[in-house]
Ligand binder design. Structure first.
Ligand code: PGA
Length: 261
């Protein structure tokens, strides 16, 4: 069951996968089975080079119209000599409404630290994008009992450059690093402990409407486990990697999230 205060949200993170051909096919297959609901947002985040192509397909196919476009990354400056980077304003220009920030792959493989992530968050917010901020502990941090400490540090970092209101206007994605792409989904109990801790943190920051911020889960969500995971009313949706590239799995996940409403 979902909270009537928060819209559910499914974010498809295609990562660095696909081609013009496979993307068109995937969206055709999704269009055949997609059911939507006013209370659930579906966001697709393709690789940057395919954003425009996906935008065109979404606008032309009425079955896909409710799907929104998101980017997987952004730079923290609006323009200038930053070879290879893309600004939040440019993403807006393309029709993006969302952007994933602080994904663990960017933190580890591309050495993004809390400061850069916070600056990206703030730049995206100011440009008008909805930032989806990913936070989560590694396996070692969990074993050492540091899960909540790590999550709080990652959230606090946003406040160094932004505000609690900005953070609350985004979507928080709890993604334990050990669950991403591994097939090891966190248990509902593990997710609930962290989601509840995040909501208490928001409340403790004197945020009015702390109950309104969306907190979604990511990490090996698939067609088999989505229904079970989405049964928790502390989980406002899912950030899906691998399974978002398989039409049937993605459709099952969307139905499971919509069924919460
Ligand atoms: P996964 O990826 O669903 O393949 O585990 C999740 C993510 O990248 O956020």
């Amino acid at each position: 069951m979902t909270s009537d205060l928060r819209k559910s949200c499914i974010v498809a993170n295609w990562k660095m996968q696909g081609s013009f051909k496979t993307i068109a096919q995937l969206l055709t297959d999704i269009a055949k089975g997609l059911t939507t609901s006013a209370n659930t947002e579906i966001v697709i985040c393709p690789p940057a080079v395919y954003l425009q192509k996906v935008q065109t397909i979404l606008s032309k196919n009425p079955a896909l119209k409710p799907i929104r476009l998101g980017a997987q990354n952004v730079y923290c400056e609006s323009k200038g000599a930053f070879t290879g980077e893309v600004s939040a304003e440019m993403l807006m220009d393309l029709g993006c409404q969302y952007v994933i920030i602080g994904h663990s792959e960017r933190r580890t493989l591309f050495f993004e630290d809390d400061t850069l992530i916070a600056r990206k968050f703030v730049a995206s917010y100011h440009a008008g994008l909805i930032p989806i901020i990913c936070i989560g502990e590694t396996e070692a941090e969990r074993t050492q009992g540091k899960t909540v400490e790590v999550i709080y540090r990652q959230l606090e970092a946003i406040l160094q450059h932004g505000s609690i209101e900005m953070l609350a206007a985004g979507i928080i994605a709890y993604e334990p690093v050990w669950a991403i792409g591994t097939g090891l989904t966190a248990s509902i109990e593990q997710i609930e402990v962290v989601h509840t801790a995040i909501r208490s943190w928001l409340t403790n920051k004197n945020l009015l409407d702390a109950h309104k911020t969306r907190i979604v889960y990511g990490g090996s969500v698939n067609g088999q486990n989505a229904e079970r995971l989405m049964a928790s009313d502390t989980i406002d949706g899912a950030l899906v990697g691998g399974a978002s590239l398989i039409a049937n799995d993605f459709l099952t996940i969307c139905s499971s999230v919509i069924a919460r409403v």
